[in-house]
Design a protein around this ligand. Structure first.
Ligand SMILES: Cc1cc2nc3c(=O)[nH]c(=O)nc-3n(C[C@H](O)[C@H](O)[C@H](O)COP(=O)(O)O)c2cc1C
Length: 391
């Protein structure tokens, strides 16, 4: 059935790594690592199962790369800091490769939206500027979830603490932390890393004008606001070399601002794209829940299209792609060179093979609690009653 989706089922090469098709599994945080941040057996099975489902690339869940600078964002988030964590990720990278997919590890720093439970006593969250997110930690609001996490105290709504602005020296130190984490990811066997500049976390807080009020070289113009992300990518490149993949993920909205929009709309996307031209990045990755929804009343151009054109970089486009035809259209329209599919692949590990067969896919009602503690064996599939697939 390849002929039906010729753009999707064509190989793509990034940094010398050829992926068997243009389907990436989008990063999905599940918070199921050991309390010390080590990947579990269940995580190995979960990723292996999705690699076996046929995607070309797996982008892991957001992973903390440093024990300093208040990097860790969530309880039970995996890290890539200790030898034990690296050994756990090595098993995941091997399992993904064994099923023919490439694998990159997503590195993140939570910035101002770190769960206060992850801060050391007296430690303050950090950000671009002195700000205080009015959002709350994204656990589902069930007592059940509090129970499985062993959390007592303010529940279910855990709010964020005020954050302080980073110094320039700290910005460089955090960028070094990303580079060290990237080197450990490569040592674990990953084909590269994704730098998380999206969804409300630290690098996003620099890029977004609603959280960056700096007047130095890291604030103001689009070029200044992406300077931190570019610096991270440069240091990561120096650490892992040209033959490993570096992607940079961007978004308008964040975990504490789901309606978030870039103030200048598509024009801002073009400025940011231009500011990233020539950066040490093999592909950008647009994160959204609907890639065509640009939230710009003045333009109908999807953000990933504008970013791709202005940067000259390949684009992985994500958001609301649930059917094969939608994946094909996303690539054929010029919004991206590859699609990243999150909830559908989470729910249906065989999504790539399903769409290849022409089978329609239901985007089932998504309940975050299934991400956290699935009632079924996650090496198998989504714990939903999938009405007798006919193939
Ligand atoms: C439970 C859950 C966890 C997520 N975790 C991450 C993450 O760790 N890193 C990231 O960049 N995006 C994360 N996202 C965003 C997804 O990668 C993706 O952008 C979103 O699900 C929309 O794509 P989809 O329509 O294909 O699901 C998460 C989304 C969900 C629903």
């Amino acid at each position: 059935m390849t002929e039906a989706l010729p753009h999707v089922f064509a190989p793509l090469t990034l940094a010398g790594h050829t992926m068997r098709n243009r389907i990436a599994m989008a990063p999905l945080t599940r918070q199921v690592a050991e309390p010390d941040g080590s990947p579990t057996d269940e995580m190995v099975a979960y990723y292996a199962r999705r690699a076996r489902g046929g995607c070309g690339l797996i982008i892991t869940e957001g992973t903390y790369q440093s024990d300093s600078h208040a990097c860790r964002a969530y309880l039970s988030q995996p890290g890539i800091v200790t030898e034990k964590q690296v050994a756990g990720w090595a098993r995941i990278a091997d399992a993904i490769h064994a099923h023919g997919a490439k694998a990159i590890l997503q590195l993140m720093h939570g910035g101002r939206v770190v769960d206060p439970h992850c801060l050391a006593p007296g430690q303050q969250a950090v950000s671009a500027s002195d700000t205080h997110s009015q959002g709350w930690v994204l656990y589902s609001d069930t007592n059940y979830e509090a129970e499985i996490r062993g959390i007592t105290g303010p529940w279910p709504k855990v709010t964020f603490n005020p954050a302080r602005a980073l110094t320039v020296a700290e910005i460089h130190a955090i960028a070094d932390g990303f580079a060290e984490g990237a080197a450990r990811a490569v040592a674990a066997g990953f084909d590269g890393v994704e730098i998380h500049g999206a969804n409300g976390y630290l690098l996003y807080q620099f890029i977004h004008t609603s959280t960056n009020f700096r007047t130095d070289a890291f604030g103001g113009s689009a070029a200044n606001r992406v300077r931190f992300a570019r610096l991270v990518c440069e240091k990561v490149r120096a650490a892992i070399g040209k033959d490993k993949i570096i992607t940079l993920r961007l978004s308008q909205d964040g975990v504490d601002d789901f309606g978030g929009a870039w103030a200048g709309g598509v024009a801002t996307a073009r400025e940011i794209g231009a500011a990233l031209k020539g950066a040490e990045i093999d592909a950008l990755h647009w994160s959204s829940f609907n890639y065509a929804d640009n939230r710009d009343p003045a333009s109908g151009v999807p953000m990933p299209t504008a970013l791709r054109e202005a940067s000259g970089l390949p684009m992985i486009v994500n958001g609301g792609i649930a059917q094969g035809a939608e994946a094909e259209a996303a690539i054929a329209s010029g919004a991206g060179d590859m699609v990243a599919v999150g909830r559908p692949i989470f729910a249906n590990p065989d999504w790539p093979q399903m769409v290849r067969s022409g089978h329609p896919v239901d985007l089932m009602p998504f309940d975050r609690k299934y991400v956290i503690k699935p009632p079924l064996d996650y090496s198998y599939a989504y714990p939903a009653d999938y009405a007798a697939p006919a193939w």
